[in-house]
Ligand binder design. Structure first.
Ligand SMILES: [Zn+2]
Ligand SMILES: [Zn+2]
Length: 259
């Protein structure tokens, strides 16, 4: 779940919490876009100076709704090669229940940014996919992240490779297992041009075969999106062979829950 601090989400944190309660969720976490250390863009991510407010807002919600829902504090941090040390320092500055690691950039290209959509026309889609999957693999192995977010975000605008990517997915599954990271089943892809949950079902089956645990995210950028399509996300997990998902507190898996 995001907050308006990232510059492209709307609704007060309290509205997100209230919607979560209304749809019957028992535990949620905020995970707004962490400050981008390589780029400055108030429309994409929080600024370093906003982090105290971010934590204060969530703490207020956590305390106010403690008897109705568990509210966790997370963050979605970009994997930016070359900025690992800065990212580590940024993440160590505050207590988090979980850190989601995401790849939104290939070099300086924000491949999932609608404003940069035309750049796809100049690219070799197969190469873009291979570069993307390699970055996701590298992000897992940094040890910076607990959960990897939307791990086939590269499909967002419905550009698909003509080459078989099985080798990339196998390599990623092995890296995830080695790095002991958890992957996110993210329902927001259903509402993007790709029209499909992240990650694809055939990928998820490979991750399942490698014993990579899952969490669920709706990637809400508006209060009404909290928990959206979670029934479909659950079915997706079951179809891939999963029988449980995990919950985080203080950057550790504290519970495993039956699907
Ligand atoms: Zn966002
Ligand atoms: Zn993201």
């Amino acid at each position: 779940m995001h907050t308006p601090l990232c510059g492209h989400a709307s609704g007060a944190p309290e509205e997100y919490v209230q919607h979560a309660i209304a749809v019957g969720l028992k535990e949620i976490g905020f995970s707004d876009h962490a400050p981008l250390l390589a780029y400055q863009d108030p429309g994409i991510a929080m600024d370093i100076a906003q982090l105290p407010l971010y934590h204060q807002m969530i703490e207020t919600m956590r305390a106010k709704y403690a008897d109705q829902i568990t509210v966790r504090v997370g963050v979605e941090a970009d994997f930016l090669p070359g900025f690992e040390d800065g990212t580590r320092q940024m993440l160590a500055a505050y207590p988090y229940d979980y850190v989601i690691g995401s790849v939104h950039f290939i070099a300086k290209w924000g491949f999932d940014d609608p404003i940069q959509l035309t750049e796809w026309d100049q690219k070799d889609v197969n190469e873009v996919y291979r570069e993307y999957f390699k970055l996701v693999r590298q992000s897992a192995l940094t040890g910076l992240f607990d959960i990897l977010g939307h791990i086939d975000l590269v499909k967002k605008f419905n550009f698909h490779p003509t080459e078989d990517m099985t080798d990339e997915i196998q390599a990623n599954a092995e890296a995830f297992r080695t790095a002991r990271v958890v992957i996110e089943i993210n329902s927001s892809g259903l509402h993007k041009p790709a029209g499909e949950i992240y990650p694809a079902l055939d990928h998820l089956k490979v991750y399942r075969a490698h014993g990579v645990p899952i969490t669920f995210g709706s990637d809400a950028h508006k209060p009404v999106q909290v928990g959206r399509d979670f029934a479909k996300a659950r079915d997706w997990a079951l179809a891939a062979g999963y029988s449980e998902y995990v919950m985080f507190e203080k950057r550790r898996i504290v519970r495993t829950v039956k699907l």
